[in-house]
Write a protein that binds this ligand. Sequence first.
Ligand code: BGC
Length: 750
Amino acid sequence: MKKYATTLGLLLLGLTFLKSQSLHQSVLLQYDKQIDDIIRQMTLEEKIEMLHAKHMFTSAGVPRLGIADMIYADGPFGIREEMQPDGWAGLGWEKDKATFFPTGSALAATWSPELAYAYGTGMAAEARRRGKDMLLGPAINIQRIPTGGRTYEYLSEDPFLSSRLSVAYTQGVQDNGVAVCLKHFALNNQENNRGTVNVIIGERAMREIYLPPFEAAVVEADAYGVMAAYNKVNGWWCAENDLLLNQILRKEWGFAGMVISDWSGTHSTVDAINHGLNVEMPTKQFLGAALLDSVKAGIVSEAVINERVKEILRVRMAIKPIPAEEANQIMTSQPAQQKIAYDVASKSIVLLKNEGVLPLDLSRKPVIAVIGANATQIMATGGLGAGVKTLYEVTPLAGLQDRIGDKAELRYAQGYVPVVYRWGRRTPEQIEKEQQENDIKSKQLAKEAIEIASQADLVLFVGGDNRAVETEGRDRETIELPSGQDDLIRQIAEVNNNIVTVLVSGAPNDLKVVQPISKALLISWFNGSEGGHALADVLLGNIAPGGRLPFSLPVNLKDSPAYALGNYPQGDKGGDVFANLVSESASSGKAKQSESDPNAAYYSEESLVGYRWFDTKKIPVMYPFGYGLTYTQFAYSGLKIEQDTYASDEVISLSVEVQNTGGRPADEVVQVYVHRIDGSVAWPEKELKAFARVSLQAGEKQTVQLNVPVKGLRYWDETSHAWKDDLCNIELLVGASSGDIRLTRKVTLH
Ligand code: BGC
């Protein structure tokens, strides 16, 4: 009897444990029987052929059995142009011109899963038109450092916001017949040394901050593909990381799809295949002949090969291949997708400051001096990495001209020399010569700009970074505005202090100079094909600004966590990633790096990333996470929570009245943060746990309903290696940003 009771107890415990795990059943599993039949008919050689690249963006199917190749496309913010099968040079086609969608941080600034879903449908439609099976996106790494070269591609510093958008983006793509490839799994949070860096991180920060967007997209949206990142995590390359690929992704989350390496990011044969990599891209150095030999020699079992092949075939079964003759029949970019690009762009622009100058008043036909290279610069391409050969891109100046017509006089001056991306190395003499030429040119450009500013009613300064400044393969050294923009704007202010500044950047900038000088300040992102129209519509008040910061804007770069703790930068080995990759593939050691190693990235700030750090450490920021103004105000009242106490399997449902108290329709993003009053473990000061973007007419009041599952408040316990409830008193903080909490309510978790 006692034995029976113990068994029953264990069974119940097991069931409870299982219930607390994310039991995700992928739809991909439905093909398994069919796939087993296919695998039985395949030769070992045919199986191995599927496990590495066939071409730069293709991996093989099984022609003999009618199984099509898998065709990949970058991603994440537009379908990349057609390139030579085995090179990076474009084919010079006409019909491969795609829609340039706003990049990741712009999408995240909408705080809108609905728009992220629409974005995914747009990417999928264009991918299908081009015959692609798997989109290399979304890119969902956490923006850990403000200088990260790919911050513009990634979504947010916050795992919750990133998760909600990753899920919606993934659903939008996969509901329309294309597989996603979530990238870069995992902890690819910097570009300097990305091909050699070893991220040293504790379990809790990894689980609570860096993995959730991937987990959510797998568990909630059944993502079919994952790209292993270039870096190492705790000593193991991501493309041969058993913990990440086999244990967490597959066993814990129930991922049933395929893992591909990042381009030239595979480092071994036996470990890679055993530890969960399906396809080596875009090479066959490790999972080609070397793998075949390893199987024949009995070092790798054919059962593992079958498993890896099966995982690929599941995706192949779920994604209907497009016959070559049906692809590329019409122009990739079509009006329906251009409209999505406009919708996202127009809702992403963040208004940081407005001393009554916006929306622009054109009633007296003002003279507007538009100053800055970013007013005319294309952001679809530039720098290293995937760009979009876009059908068109409306620049800020073109957008203003289209929308303003003859209602104002626009006079343009470039103002400064923009940074240009240079391939290859240059000699010190070349660098110095270029510097001298730039200095002369800059003085001339500044002179012209000051001249037109002095004659204008208003200066519209359009600056920020560009795609050469923010680029794959290299982090920024600073967040200062490049090309001497601070100096230029100071000089402009001496002749005309009616300045509206627009920053076209994908990542944080230092605003210490520009903020006090500008009467209004906006971030309009790398905002896609329709970015210029969206910006003009916001400036003119055709639409009220509705974007909110997806990251904190620090006062000083050195205030941000990884910098403050000396965790970043680790060394001076930035620069050309491909140079790094060559040297690194020569040595595939996975010994733990020593502390002095410039390739060791210590994440000792743990979970205190972004606002979690600034709030907890009480460090002032320039603008907080979640911040953004509009052309009206919102009043918050009547916070209601159904119960005072909640059990661990319940959902805290709250409602709040939000009223637009101004005279124009606008959107508000209601944000719910959780503060632990008496937690049993250390917690950040507060964490985002729910949000809703709502549209309100002038004067309109709405009841906004928000849900916070108690399950979402768990912490990762490093001793038992499992999620645990911290049943304590918490405070729900409802507000308009992480720095603007309007209503609070205490709740007890039991
Ligand atoms: C990038 C990936 C990209 C791949 C193929 C790599 O360098 O890290 O994001 O998908 O190249 O272009």
